[in-house]
Design a protein around this ligand. Sequence first.
Ligand code: BDR
Ligand code: CA
Length: 311
Amino acid sequence: PVPIILDCDPGHDDAIAILLAAGDPAVDLLAITTVAGNQVVEKTTLNARRICTAAGITDVPIAAGCARPLVQPLYVADDVHGESGMDGPSFGEPTVDAVAEHAVDLMYRTLTGHPEPVTLVPTAPLTNVALLLTRHPDAAAHIREIVLMGGSTERGNRTPAAEFNMFVDPEAADIVFRSGLPVTMCGLNVSHQALVTPEVLARLDGLGTDLARICAELMTFFAATYRRLWGFAAPPLHDPVAVARVIDPEIVRCVDASVAVELRGEYTRGATVVDLHQYLDRPVNAKVAVGLDQERFWDRVIDAVDRLGAR
Ligand code: BDR
Ligand code: CA
C-alpha cells in the first residue's frame, strides 16, 4: 500500500476522505493532521476525532495544526458545513484523542521516520503543508508527491475565480505549487463529477451499519447546503477524489500543466491559473485532474465505508 498523510479540515467531504483513506487497502494511512479551514482548527480536530471514533480508527495519530492562514485572517465555511463544521449527525464524546504534538511536527516525524517516501494528501487550505516545507526544507526528500484537493481549471466556488481551499490561504498554495515537488491538483472541475446522487445514497443506506448511517446523515446535510446555496441537485464529494487518485491513478485522469496561484488580482486572488493550452511560457509544475471514473470512484468509497462499518 502507498503510505500517506491526510491533511484535512473536516468537513463533510473530509470525513469521507478519512474513511476512504483508512478503509481502502491500497493506501496506508500513517497520520491525520488538521488545519483551520471549513471551521476553526479546534472544531476540525474534534470532527476528525469524531469520525475516527465512529469508524473505529484507533491506530492513526491525529494532530492539530495551524489555527490561521499564513498571511490573511481566517475565513471559515460555516455556511456550507454548519456551526460544528460537520453538522448533521449527532456524535457522542469521542474516545479517539489527538496527540499533543503540532501537526507540522507530526508530519515531519512521520516523514523522516518512514522507510520509504510518503504521499501527502491535503484536502484543506495548504497552511500546514507550506509551513512544513518552509520550516523543514529537508522534508521534501521524504515526500513522494503531493496530491491535493483544491483549485479548479474553471471557475471558483468561494469567489467567481477562487476555490475555497485556495481562497483561504493563497500564499500557502503558492508555496506548494512552487515547491518543485510533484504536485497533483484535483480541483472543482473533477470533484463536481463526484456527485452524491440518490443512487449513491441508497447504496450507502443499503450497507445497514451505524457508520453508513452516519455517512448518509452527513451527505443529507451536505445535499441540503448545495441545493440551497448553489442549486445543485446532488452535492459534490470533493475531498475523497484526491484520496482516490492515490488509491488508483486510473480513477482520476490528469494532464501536465503549469499552475500558478493568483495572489494579487483585484477580483481573482486565490484563483488557480491552469495553462492547459500552453499560452504562457511557464514550465509544467503539476498534474491537473481533468476526468473522473465515477463508477470506480463510488465503488471504492462504498467498499471502504462497508469495510470499516463491519469491524
Ligand atoms: C473544498 O472546500 C471545503 O469546503 C471542502 O471540504 C473541500 O475541501 C471544496 O472547495
Ligand atoms: Ca476539505
